[in-house]
Design a protein around this ligand. Sequence first.
Ligand SMILES: C[S@@+](CC[C@H](N)C(=O)[O-])C[C@H]1O[C@@H](n2cnc3c(N)ncnc32)[C@H](O)[C@@H]1O
Length: 224
Amino acid sequence: MSVLDTDEVRRLYDRRAGSYDLLEIGFRALGFGRHQARLIEGLGLSPGDTVVDLCCGTGVNLERLSGAVGEAGTVVAVDLSEGMLREAQTRASQAGLGNIDFVQADVREFNFPAATRAVLSTFGLEMVPGYETVVARTYAALPAGGRLGLLGLKRPEGWPDWLIEAGVALTSPFGVSRDYEDFRPWVAANARFERVAYREYLASAAYSHLGRSVASGDAERSVG
Ligand SMILES: C[S@@+](CC[C@H](N)C(=O)[O-])C[C@H]1O[C@@H](n2cnc3c(N)ncnc32)[C@H](O)[C@@H]1O
């Protein structure tokens, strides 16, 4: 498998949408529920805020984000895949979340709402060629103090090759391949945002990064 193009990603995740949440159960067992909660807390959201969840998938982050911004706030959930978005909508309506806007879009082209206060992406950007542009556009969209939270998989350091191959094989049904191993969205985030926190998990096979905009993004608004 190689780096997937937009249509291949859409088709793959449309196909996987119905069973994706089984993977979530596995990830929770590995402690990612806790890491996700800590990252969302680090976004520093207040009631009434607007937060964007890029590559939202089946909506694993929606309940926490929705609770953080309250009824007066808005969560904008963005994904390419109609199937994944449909699952996310079902999840939101079952949980009675009334403050979510769903947008089917490529995150590289998505226009952030003017009120965006924070942006989150979990297990998303490390599979997006051009993630640097997404990070740049995010920076441009955020006001000073606005935060970007990232959580995802990365190439682990110091693992024997066979173990890396085994990890890739396990996640390959979701499009993961070694062609993505140099995708490092947290490095792109670090180049623009002031780093608030960086953590590694699973013996360095996963990471979370929390960054804070130190200046108005006006100077970057022409990016992309
Ligand atoms: C591994 S899932 C992660 C879903 C969710 N954020 C989570 O933590 O479970 C990756 C998601 O990214 C979406 N995706 C991949 N490339 C994208 C792009 N360029 N624009 C928008 N969504 C994209 C896929 O459709 C899929 O739903």
